[in-house]
Write a protein of this length. Structure first.
Length: 258
């Protein structure tokens, strides 16, 4: 396994699905820069997979302290290899409220000077696998690991409910273009990427491990409410401010300020 090649192939596969993927990351990191006044931030890449956000954080803020938290053994293997020595990698299940106990440091507080408190918690295209009640509770848990004034951003599939017809047209056109990319060989599909990972000498055993962790995961289980649901949930969770930071078609990034 050449980790950087797998990292690149993951990016290409994801970008085929979300052509404006980099725009949401840029919006996230611009917000992080604003809340830290240019200081090197402490960032938690939540459900971070291969460390996509972590890599972009370090490219923009070379002195940032970055933690990647995920449960997927395949994606964590890639993250661990490409971020070795540059980020803390944590294996934890966000479905378990005890995930916070695995964060760096034996004790944890949200005081501004505490080394465990994060300036930013960032996540993208990940929390739609969790049920509504768990996401709402998780938002409160995320707030507790942020320092006062810290920011949380969640970018995901969040359709604009006031534009149902346009949203469906956008999704349909996106599917058409995506299939054309797959057919031309310009990009690898989700299913094909995982098939290739299963055939890899290093990642193959991790795929088997992944299937034990997620025995019945399918895209039919995705839960994608509109952005307003997330904004309301962030406010209920105690964030001082919450709103839409970025939108691209049927995707959006919502932000909460502690």
């Amino acid at each position: 396994m050449t980790a950087y090649i797998w990292q690149e192939s993951w990016d290409r596969q994801q970008t085929a699905f979300m052509p404006d993927r980099e725009e949401r990351f840029a919006a996230m990191l611009t917000a992080v820069d604003a809340v830290t006044d240019g200081r090197a931030p402490r960032v938690l890449d939540l459900a971070g997979g291969t460390g996509t956000i972590a890599l972009r954080t370090l490219a923009r803020f070379p002195d940032a302290e970055v933690t990647v938290l995920d449960q997927d053994p395949v994606l964590l293997t890639i993250a661990g290899a490409t971020l070795a020595g540059r980020a803390t990698i944590i294996d934890a299940d966000l479905g378990d409220p005890g995930w916070r106990a695995k964060l760096p440091g034996e004790t944890f507080s949200t005081e501004a000077g505490d080394p465990g408190a994060f300036d930013a918690v960032l996540t993208a295209t990940a929390l739609h696998w969790l049920p509504a009640e768990r996401v709402a509770t998780l938002y409160g848990e995320i707030r507790e690991v942020l320092r006062p004034g810290g920011i949380f951003v969640n970018a995901d599939h969040m359709p604009e409910e006031s534009l149902p017809t346009l949203s469906e047209r956008l999704r349909a056109r996106g599917r058409q273009l995506r299939e054309e990319r797959y057919e031309s060989g310009a990009a690898t599909s989700w299913a094909e990427w995982w098939r290739r990972a299963a055939a890899d000498e290093v990642l193959g055993p991790k795929v088997i491990e992944r299937e034990r962790i997620y025995p019945s995961v399918s895209h039919d289980q995705e839960w994608t409410p509109p952005a307003l649901w997330h904004v309301d949930a962030l406010r209920v969770a105690g964030f001082a401010e919450a709103g839409v930071l970025w939108r691209g078609g049927t995707d959006a990034a919502v932000a909460g300020l502690r």
